[in-house]
Design a protein around this ligand. Structure first.
Ligand SMILES: Cc1cc2nc3c(=O)[nH]c(=O)nc-3n(C[C@H](O)[C@H](O)[C@H](O)COP(=O)(O)OP(=O)(O)OC[C@H]3O[C@@H](n4cnc5c(N)ncnc54)[C@H](O)[C@@H]3O)c2cc1C
Length: 296
């Protein structure tokens, strides 16, 4: 299939893009095109006007400002995956990108595009969720920031107005020496996760958990933070008992999504198994730090 006819626009600034977005009929933003173009080819989407952000340089880049990492909306997934700053500050992102699609897609695909496409099985909103990231958007009324926990308004729909565009995302890195893991089950390497789990943890010199984040993709429309497990495990020793307690919390999650291929009970089972594995790996990495083997 070929896409339905559309007009193409290539603004060179955010202001110009916003103007086009407000003025044009039935517009759609183009980032890497790796999700939008297939949807247009299948005619799931038939925009009349395409606003291509690829000429807007200010939307790309990774930088540290004060204690915060900022990633521009148009930053290619490959550039994030291979960034030494990201590898140092948030190695969970690099581990997750090992599992995201294929090199050719990551070369074009952007983090911003993934956050707007909001596939429930995507690893990218999930690691931003574990990092408590914030999404920065701009529209006719100026800029505003939206916490990742409020970013999903409904299935594959971000909490952003039609007249707004995503500028980028930012997050505070976890302390040097934290443990991390991103593990997933997918049918083939490079496929979206059926279920994926992101874990970040810090432990003290007594191997007690001092900070923990667990986020799961593939079980609901938005990344699911295991808040009960996170608070229950604080102060516990980073051992098998803590892992078991966290896994038990998955039993109480309601309304796990399902489709023709994967029932909700199967997704729940995968969430439990991969949460256990991811916490175990994150514990090992955090514990190594206290034995002088910092894996950063
Ligand atoms: C074969 C294949 C396998 C894949 N596997 C995975 C995978 O395993 N994991 C995964 O996470 N992803 C996967 N993807 C998707 C990939 O990560 C896409 O790159 C991503 O979902 C969309 O990013 P993009 O830059 O290509 O955005 P586009 O396709 O250009 O846009 C996606 C949507 O976001 C909107 N948009 C984009 N940027 C902005 C902005 N700045 N402001 C407002 N709206 C915006 C667009 O209008 C569109 O609706 C796969 C894709 C393919 C083709």
């Amino acid at each position: 299939m070929k896409p339905a006819p559309f007009k193409y626009h290539a603004p060179s600034s955010v202001e110009e893009a916003l103007h086009l977005l407000a003025e044009l009929e039935n517009p759609k933003i183009l980032a890497g095109g790796q999700s939008l173009m297939p949807m247009m080819n299948f005619r799931f989407m038939m925009p009349s006007n395409i606003i291509d952000l690829n000429q807007i340089e200010e939307l790309s880049g990774i930088e540290q400002r004060d204690q915060t990492i900022h990633i521009g909306a148009m930053t290619r997934q490959h550039d994030i995956h291979t960034s030494s700053l990201v590898k140092y500050a948030a190695p969970i992102i690099c581990d997750a990108y090992d599992l995201v699609s294929h090199r050719q897609i990551r070369n074009r695909g952007t983090l911003g595009g993934s956050l707007c496409h909001l596939d429930p099985s995507s690893e990218q909103p999930c690691f931003i969720s574990a990092l408590d990231g914030t999404i920065d958007v701009i529209g006719p009324n100026g800029r505003r920031s939206i916490g990742i926990e409020d970013w999903t308004s409904m299935y594959m729909t971000p909490a952003m107005l039609d007249t707004e565009l995503l500028l980028g995302t930012h997050f505070k890195p976890w302390p040097v020496g934290h443990g991390w893991a991103f593990l997933e089950y997918s049918r083939r390497h490079g496929d979206y996760a059926i279920v994926g789990v992101a874990v970040l943890v810090t432990v003290n010199e007594n191997q007690e958990i001092t900070k923990l984040a667990i986020s799961i993709c593939g079980i609901s429309f938005a990344p699911c933070r295991l808040k009960v497990a996170e608070s229950t495990l604080i102060g516990m020793r980073a051992d098998q008992h803590a892992i078991d307690v966290a896994a038990q919390c998955i039993d109480s999650i309601e309304d796990i999504m399902e489709d023709a291929h994967n029932s909700s009970e199967y997704r729940r089972h995968l969430a439990k198994v991969y949460t256990q594995r991811a916490i175990e790996l994150a514990f090992q990495r955090a514990n190594n730090t206290h034995h002088g083997q910092n894996t950063h």
